[in-house]
Design a protein around this ligand. Structure first.
Ligand code: SGN
Ligand code: CA
Length: 517
């Protein structure tokens, strides 16, 4: 499958650039790549997938002018491992980044290094989170760790600096600055990796009122009782139980009456970073909400629904600012003659729960966090690259896709597949029929047990292990919200056995050591 699509489809004209009139840059060159990634952005809040909760015209432009991968997944639903999988095209056990505590081995092969060797100028701007210093980039300017929403610090090769402003705006500014100053004789690959929309969902002041008065209905399985799902019943990512009133929902009352575990962390952390003007604008919106909340003395179901609404209001306002900034970057490409010969990719490091199963956060192999948005707008020469692509794709596929597009041979040890053969009219006859997943970060925050599993087009089999031994089986066609674990029911024994064989085959194919209980 590691073929070069340019050769396969006779698209060699791509490498020679397009002949149509472009405003400024007409030099024939290899296609450029802009890889935009956000943090924790759910497909439920991206218009191209679902516009019920929010409209995202900026992001949707990528989908409307390109392709939407409707079955896009990660191999390990947590930040640093997902980033490492994208950089290397390999599953976590193969690239060594199993959880957020590991340090990325930057001496290994990555797609930015291979593109650089092939003559690309490479840049990384924004969230990195891999602990070791970035390698393979001509330029990098990254957030320390998770970074901050307001007045963040960034680290470049000369050291750490403080910037005034809102992080999503700053990352976009740094990206267009780099494009302005790059070597225009070379093709480029730029990674624009946003902090938004990660916890604790701090919107820019201009959007604090945007969703404040919208009422959101909780998802139908918000009050899930986790029957038949032991690992799900033991997590600590429940909106009702674990979402912090002050830290997550910003109820920092001046009187100090609202006690919460993470009050100090918010007061001395994210809230303290704002300057006087920002804090005044912030308090002007939140103080009345706090007063109203205190007066209502909510409990039970009412409190749960109130928490869900506050969560959605802040999260969506962060998405809106992200959407504006993606639109701004796309406009820059238009204005600078770069739109026609640039692949623009949009994804998130994983999906996120918008209250499904009563949760926020990610980690589980259940659909909301296993899936991740994936949109691609191809260079103009890919005339058929439009519409929806339904095949099962995964974040290990990005590296070989970028290499393939650049005309660089895909090394044999890369475990993902180039997605280029899926684009256009002649979809390949054979494509993978199962995805492999393995999550390792336990014991840790949010208490999601270690697990691995397989997902086919219709079914999912998961094994939770370590201090637990529990299997789960879902028929996604009949039970899309994964509420009914079929494992252990005699009529599904044959199906479970056959999925176990398929799972074992994937573990062998990817050489993931088999877990012995
Ligand atoms: C932080 C968050 C967690 C989150 C992890 C991983 N806590 O620790 O809620 O699950 O990051 O997120 S916070 O108090 O710091 O917000 S990841 O996207 O970086 O993997
Ligand atoms: Ca993340």
């Amino acid at each position: 499958m590691k073929r070069n699509l340019m050769m396969m489809c006779g698209l060699a004209s791509l490498a020679a650039g397009c002949t149509s009139t472009q405003p400024k840059e007409v030099k024939p060159q290899k296609p450029n790549i802009i890889f935009i990634m956000t943090d924790d952005h759910s497909f439920q809040t991206l218009g191209a997938y679902d516009s019920t909760l929010i409209k995202t015209p900026g992001l949707d432009r990528i989908a409307n002018e390109g392709v939407t991968f409707s079955n896009s997944f990660v191999c390990n639903s947590i930040c640093a491992p997902s980033r490492a999988a994208m950089l290397t095209g390999k599953h976590s056990h193969a690239n060594g980044q199993r959880d957020n505590a590991d340090t990325f081995d930057g001496s290994q092969q990555t797609f930015p290094k291979l593109l650089h060797q092939a003559g690309y100028q490479t840049a990384l701007i924004g969230k990195w989170h891999l602990k070791s210093q970035p390698t393979g980039f001509d330029y990098w300017n990254i957030l320390p760790g998770q970074g901050s929403y307001y007045n963040p610090d960034f680290i470049d090769s000369t050291g750490q600096k403080h910037y005034d402003g809102y992080v999503t705006d700053l990352i976009t500014d740094f990206s267009t600055d780099w494009l302005d100053h790059r070597d225009k004789d070379k093709p480029f690959c730029m990674l624009v990796h946003h902090k938004a929309v990660h916890r604790v969902w701090m919107p820019p002041t201009k959007y604090l009122n945007e969703f404040k008065d919208r009422k959101f209905e909780v998802p139908e399985n918000f009050f899930d009782d986790y029957e038949g799902r032991i690992a799900a019943s033991q997590q600590e990512m429940s909106i009702i139980k674990d979402m912090d009133l002050v830290y997550d929902l910003k109820m920092l009352d001046k009187e100090g009456d609202i006690k919460s575990r993470l009050r100090g962390a918010y007061q001395g952390g994210a809230y303290a970073r704002m300057n006087e003007e920002q804090r005044a604008a912030w308090d002007a919106v939140y103080d009345p909400i706090i007063a109203d909340f205190r007066a209502r003395k909510l409990t039970g179901r009412e409190l749960a629904e109130w928490k869900y609404n506050r969560y959605m209001q802040d999260y969506l306002a962060c998405v809106k600012s992200l959407d504006d900034n993606v639109a701004r970057l796309l406009k820059y490409l238009d204005d600078n003659g770069l739109a026609e010969n640039t692949l623009v990719v949009y994804t998130s490091d994983q999906g996120f729960y918008m209250g499904e199963h009563g949760w926020f956060d990610k980690r589980f192999m259940y659909e909301e966090s296993f899936r991740t948005p994936l949109l691609m707008r191809f260079p103009k020469a890919y005339t058929n690259a439009h519409g929806k692509i339904d095949q099962l794709v995964q974040n290990i596929d990005y590296a070989p896709t970028f290499l393939d597009l650049a005309g660089v041979a895909v090394p044999e040890d890369i475990q993902g597949e180039s997605l280029l053969p899926l684009v256009g009219e002649n979809a390949p006859e054979h494509w993978r029929n199962g995805l492999y997943y393995h999550y390792y970060e336990y014991p840790a925050e949010h208490a999601v047990k270690r697990h691995y599993g397989i997902r086919t087009n219709r079914y999912k089999l998961i094994h939770f292990y370590n201090d637990i031994d529990a299997w789960e089986l879902y028929d996604l066609q009949n039970d899309p919200h994964e509420m009914h674990n079929l494992y252990g029911q005699s009529e599904y024994q044959e199906l479970a056995d056959s999925l176990k064989t398929q799972l074992l085959n994937l573990q062998q194919q990817y050489q993931d050591p088999i877990i012995n209980q």
